[in-house]
Design a protein around this ligand. Structure first.
Ligand SMILES: N[C@@H](CCC(=O)N[C@@H](CS)C(=O)NCC(=O)O)C(=O)O
Length: 338
């Protein structure tokens, strides 16, 4: 009986004691001295390298922010370009610490692949790019057309769903990279190019005559894009998740690259918690107290990163739309740091 009771106590302890997942990623990143960040091969505004190999973009800045939080240096990132097909294996194998590559959060990418999405940095949807000469006003006019799409993407699956649901026929031509997909479209191998709408904006600019092509108004899917990490390391997951939330909260509180010095002197409790003047929020995720102040100074808040890379003042010229803060009619909403 006694033996049974002690066994029961052990069993109860096993159930009640939270099993902390090993915090190996931050340790590895610190020892290596660089963050390994998986990006695209080249998608203007999101992740693209210039002639000198310098990377820029919305997804690039997100990795820079994590590096800034860890090292107080936004340059300590190694970018690895990945195709849509290769991106998840690169993350699973440990070749990268974070995937920041216009990637849609879906159930199977978490449950079947063992990954975790840390948040939605960009709410997108799938659309269609067509030559203006087609004079199409709606995607419902695309029946019997040939459609170019990138392999290994949600775009392929949504395309099939949309045409089936609307009882339309189409011919699909898939390619491994964005470059090949665009080339095929430009060469007339397909009448339509489909992908996430943000990406259509980027690809359109690469065409010889961008004004000869239009993005149709239809949005055929939900594409919540965000950074993904491996399952099994809660500390790392929290670092990535709260970096995004801190960038959004900073915008809401008016803390930006240009106001960070004032913010560090602020007496407002929520600003003090954000920049590290109050509480131990950084140490709770294995970082310093000023973890968020570091990237707000070196990279910027959500609005600054959005506007610099994809916003109306950038080459892409995308309005904030649903990516506005909840206080401005959008759905970007971050839980509080407290
Ligand atoms: N968000 C979708 C699509 C992602 C995707 O790979 N889109 C292409 C469309 S342009 C792309 O980014 N290609 C860039 C590349 O091949 O480097 C997904 O997660 O499956």
């Amino acid at each position: 009986m006694k033996r049974f009771a002690s066994l029961a106590a052990v069993a109860a302890a096993l159930v009640l004691t939270p099993q902390a997942a090993p915090a190996q990623t931050l340790k590895a990143v610190k020892e290596r001295g660089t963050l390994n960040c998986g990006v695209s091969h080249g998608l203007l505004g999101f992740s693209a390298a210039d002639d000198k190999g310098a990377w820029s973009g919305f997804d690039v800045d997100f990795c820079r922010a994590i590096a800034a939080a860890i090292f107080n240096d936004a340059g300590k990132v190694k970018f690895t370009p990945l195709s849509a097909n290769d991106r998840f294996d690169a993350l699973k194998s440990g070749a990268i610490d974070i995937l920041s590559r216009n990637t849609t959060w879906t159930m199977s990418r978490e449950t079947a692949l063992g990954l975790k999405f840390a948040g939605v940095t960009y709410y997108d949807g799938q659309g269609f790019l067509v030559p203006a000469s087609l004079k199409a006003e709606s995607a419902l006019e695309l029946g019997d057309k040939t459609v170019c799409v990138q392999a290994g993407t949600t775009s392929e699956l949504n395309l099939a769903d949309y045409f089936a649901a609307n009882r339309m026929r189409y011919e699909r031509v898939s390619f491994a990279t964005a470059e090949e997909t665009l080339k095929a479209y430009e060469a007339g191998r397909c009448a339509v190019l489909t992908s996430d709408i943000s990406q259509l904006h980027a690809e359109r600019l690469k065409l010889a005559k961008p004004d000869d092509h239009v993005i149709l108004p239809d949005i055929i899917s939900k594409e919540p894009l965000g950074p993904a990490v491996r399952q099994g390391d809660d500390q790392w997951f929290n670092i990535v998740k709260w970096t995004h939330f801190a960038m959004v909260n900073a915008e809401e509180l008016g803390v930006s690259q240009s106001t960070i010095d004032q913010a560090l002197r602020s007496e407002k409790p929520d600003v003090r918690r954000l920049v590290g003047g109050e509480g131990d929020f950084g140490p709770q995720i294995g970082l310093e107290k000023d973890w968020a102040a570091r990237f707000l100074r070196l990279v910027g808040n959500y609005d600054e990163v959005f506007e610099r890379n994809v916003g109306t003042g950038s080459r892409l010229g995308i309005p904030r739309g649903i990516n506005n803060l909840w206080t401005s009619g959008g759905i970007q909403y971050a839980p509080p740091i407290r």
